[in-house]
Design a protein around this ligand. Sequence first.
Ligand SMILES: Nc1nc2c(ncn2[C@@H]2O[C@H](COP(=O)(O)OP(=O)(O)O)[C@@H](O)[C@H]2O)c(=O)[nH]1
Ligand SMILES: [Mg+2]
Length: 357
Amino acid sequence: MLSIGIIGLPNVGKSTLFNSLTKSEALIANYPFATIGPNVGIVNVPDSRLIKLAELYETEQITPSTIKFIDIAGLVKGANKGEGLGNQFLSNIRSTGAIIQVVRSFSDQNVIHVNKEVNPKNDIDIINTELMLADLSSLSKIIPKYEKEAKANKKLETKLTTLRKIYDNLDHNIPGWNIPDLDNEAIKDLDLLTLKPIIYVFNLDENELQDEIKKAQLQELVAPKEAVFICAKLENELKELDPKDQAELLHTYGQTQSGLTKLIHSSYKLLGLTSYLTAGKKEVRSWTIKKGSTAPEAAGVIHNDFQRGFIAAEIVSYSDLIESGSWNNAKSQGKVRTEGKTYIMQEDDVVEFRFNV
Ligand SMILES: Nc1nc2c(ncn2[C@@H]2O[C@H](COP(=O)(O)OP(=O)(O)O)[C@@H](O)[C@H]2O)c(=O)[nH]1
Ligand SMILES: [Mg+2]
């Protein structure tokens, strides 16, 4: 399963955020390195369509899509040289599909800041410098290897050119994200940290949640990357409440939905994932696929046999199905389409596969 690593300086609210996301009990404490070892949590992707479909099919079995989050400790200045939990940190983050960088904006005097002052720009620079140094170090090992191999295999020359281009940019303080026109084929198996998809999460004070000017300034720091604004402390309080009280507390800060919901949806997209739906009396379910998957590939997520024996996919859009009131009605109204092997799955598809085994 693809995962997202949560990184950032100590005491910025990573574990608080992780706890709210997973409702688990990773250690929350007011000192660096409280989170020893990776904390891994599986999070459901909220999807109100599943609840509607469950009503329609009178089933109680709802299975949502999930994402794996990892609370990663130990990123401090010098992590690339093994400071803090440097090396362990690097191996934990290398295997994730994407990164959430948590940046402190909240100003609580009781929570120590490792660099003594709350300064989002400075903190982002420290973290991204560590990521770049780690990438430089990886490349300085990979490049000589390819240089040797390229002597015998000329095909590797283009790859080597790309690797050198990334190295030179990093050497001039430009992370992989900001290098234009990289050859996708050459970078896809590299696992470089500054090539991973990233979202910045700014952890705000409660009263900053409605401060549009502040939020615009923070977004500016990381544009064109996505920024999500939350108050981890508030999210942590929300998870203790029932839905009605949650809504009331959110309302106090001018919010209509939890920042976590937005973060989970953004994370899912960031990983390049999308989903399609199946619905029946036994179960209503969201299935995770890579964006751009064909109908047989999507069928394969349910079972290999579905992919191997794929004949066709019968598909109705979610809104048409709800409007028609049942699959059969939708069918008699001509709203159920039959799609073949080359069909690219869409997010709104409710599907029944036909296959031969
Ligand atoms: N005031 C305030 N305190 C927070 C917030 N988020 C986290 N904290 C506190 O900051 C301290 C460090 O949080 P933690 O999640 O352990 O940080 P980590 O080191 O990044 O994992 C804890 O005492 C938290 O209660 C927030 O949004 N506002
Ligand atoms: Mg922590």
